[in-house]
Ligand binder design. Structure first.
Ligand code: ZN
Length: 203
């Protein structure tokens, strides 16, 4: 399925978008039910229009967007629905260059509303793991990988599907200048220690 996304993105990059599945006929064809080919967690940023980046249309992609590409409870629930009920086999976590939410996280002096402060504070704590002197570019890249990992590791359903080989979760980084998506790799499921590795109780 990733190949299908790559092909759509290549068409977009080369200026040869086909704009498939964008007619009312297609809309009528999917009224009775949706069978999206992949899900995407992306940023609400107006420069990251997911369907256009992958040259796709009605019914093709299950897209969840919020400021900062955050694995919020609502985002996790939405993607669990896509995977658990719509059998989507692939989630792309799409971060991007010059993300405003990430930029805000690098500026603790900003005055924010309570809701924004919650999101930005979460981002700031996440980024502090990687050091306190990262550039915006480095921070956006780290956050993309963290967001993909956080998504999987916050969900038993997604972790189980990943471990069973029924789901792939891939991180992608969208460069605003080149309009190209750089694929950053798959998320590996956490391997729980088996009985032999768990050690024996003491005391
Ligand atoms: Zn953003």
């Amino acid at each position: 399925m990733l190949q299908w996304l790559r092909e759509g993105h290549d068409r977009f990059l080369q200026g040869h978008s086909l704009h498939p599945h964008c007619t009312r006929e297609r809309m009528r064809a999917v009224v009775e039910g949706q069978h999206p080919r992949a899900a995407v967690l992306g940023c609400a940023d107006s420069r990251v229009p997911v369907e256009l980046l992958f040259d796709s249309g009605f019914g093709d992609l299950f897209v969840v967007r919020n400021a900062g590409t955050m694995s919020t409870t609502a985002a996790i629930a939405s993607l669990e629905y896509a995977v658990g009920h719509l059998d989507v086999p692939l989630i792309v976590v799409l971060g991007h260059e010059a993300c405003g939410a990430v930029a805000a996280a690098l500026h603790p002096e900003l005055l924010l509303t309570p809701s924004l402060a919650q999101v930005v504070g979460q981002l700031r704590m996440e980024l502090l793991q990687f050091g306190s002197h990262m550039s915006l570019e480095e921070s956006c890249r780290h956050h993309t990988l963290s967001a993909a990992g956080n998504l999987v590791h916050s969900s038993v359903l997604l972790t189980d599907r990943l471990r069973a080989g029924l789901l792939a979760v891939v991180a992608g980084y969208y460069d605003l200048h080149s309009s190209a998506i750089e694929w950053m790799g798959h998320v590996e499921p956490i391997q729980y220690p088996g009985p032999a590795a768990a050690g024996s109780p003491t005391g």
